[in-house]
Design a protein around this ligand. Structure first.
Ligand code: EPU
Length: 343
């Protein structure tokens, strides 16, 4: 094992925040992972995957373990479907493209989401009508205390909108080491209902019977048109969750804002796009120092270069406060904040 000290994490988080880890190690096998844990190099452990849903607000005074477990394997298959397992350190979009190449359908709408396979279940990643839970079969975890391996089924994971057991009861207790997905081999159930997907497919004359590759390409084009590439402009995707409000609150909101977009989830639950609320409060494209709100998608906060985590967080709190004042709606932060206790 190769342990580094005071390692810069700038290239290990998509926000590009410049902070350090007291000790840093990258592990590429479960054996190595267990050895590192048993060595008790520091009393605190910090597990890092793709660093794409994370904001550092201070240096990490811990042993930071970078999960670099690689590999993709078919577990079983029949005529119509395949169970495919990917190790936690595989890049998410590389895995999506691998599946598309072999014509395994189900995750094409999740193309180009930053991050790694192992962190995808934690927040139940989702986009354009598909969530990870729709194709999730199971995942294996390593317990940080006794190093035991435990499999979590879909039910065990308690998936919800950008949420799972790994953000709650199991937080800080286990490391996801691999994830298995159930994907289709033919008669793919495409999710192309979003207007913007329809428009692209129609412009490309692919609307009749699109392939999963064509759907993936359409999704990539949509994402590239409004979401900043973290390699060019530091960001963590959606910084906030879309708030869900009850019917009585929605009634008041809608009578004051009849032009607002919304999705009815159930008789008593209405989801309002936080991006719309943020834009309405005048934050879209705003910049304070090197911390900013993206000019094409207000839900995304960006680092223009040298913003600190605290500067990004200060901007986020300002946005939260303004939205609460204007709409009486609390928008929750979706990104994991390291080094700050959120109230
Ligand atoms: N909107 C605005 N102004 C903005 C941004 C959005 O008015 O600056 C409005 C749009 O016009 C649209 C609505 O808000 O009517 C929804 O916008 P969009 O389709 O861009 O989706 P979103 O709700 O803002 C969610 C996910 C994204 C995902 C997209 C597409 C969350 C927190 N975010 O965003 O996920 O790509 O839907 O499915 O649910 C991520 O989690 O990192 C992420 C990018």
């Amino acid at each position: 094992m190769h342990i580094e000290e005071h390692k810069s994490l700038k290239n290990y988080n998509t926000f590009g925040i410049d902070c350090t880890a007291r000790y840093f190690v990258s592990v590429s096998s479960i054996f190595e992972l267990k050895e590192v844990l048993k060595a008790k190099i520091h009393s605190n452990i910090f597990i890092l995957g793709g660093g794409s849903n994370l904001l550092f607000t201070k240096n990490v005074d811990a042993l930071l373990i970078h999960i670099n477990l690689k590999g993709i394997k078919i577990i079983s298959e029949d005529e119509n479907s395949v169970i495919i397992k990917a190790m936690a350190g595989e890049n998410w979009n590389d895995f999506v493209q691998f599946c598309i190449k072999y014509n395994y359908g189900g995750i094409e709408n999740l193309s180009l989401i930053p991050g790694n396979v192992g962190t995808a279940p934690i927040q139940n990643i989702g986009a354009y009508g598909v969530e990870l839970k729709d194709v999730f079969e199971s995942c294996n975890t390593l317990n940080l205390n006794d190093y035991s391996i435990k499999e979590f089924s879909k039910t065990d994971c308690q998936f919800a909108y950008r949420n799972s057991i790994f953000k709650n009861k199991e937080k800080g207790k286990v490391i996801i080491t691999d994830v298995a997905f159930k994907l289709s081999k033919n008669q793919h159930q495409l999710n192309i209902g979003y207007g913007v997907i329809q428009t692209i497919l129609s412009n490309n004359k692919q609307l009749e019977n699109p392939s999963i590759k064509q759907v993936s390409e359409a999704i990539i084009a949509i994402r590239q048109s409004k979401l900043p590439d973290p390699k060019v402009l530091g960001n963590s995707g959606s910084f906030f969750k879309n708030p869900i409000i009850n019917a009585s609150k929605f009634k008041t909101f809608f009578s004051n804002n009849p032009e607002a977009p919304y999705y009815k989830i159930s008789e008593d639950e209405f989801k309002i796009p936080a991006g719309w609320l943020i834009e309405k409060c005048g934050f879209k494209g705003k910049r304070i120092g090197d911390a900013g709100v993206h000019k094409h998608q207000a839900l995304v906060l960006v680092n223009y270069g040298n913003a600190t985590g605290n500067e990004i967080l200060t901007l986020a709190k300002k946005i939260q406060g303004e939205i609460y004042k204007t709409f009486n709606i609390l928008i929750e932060i979706e990104v994991n904040i390291f080094g700050y206790v959120l109230k």
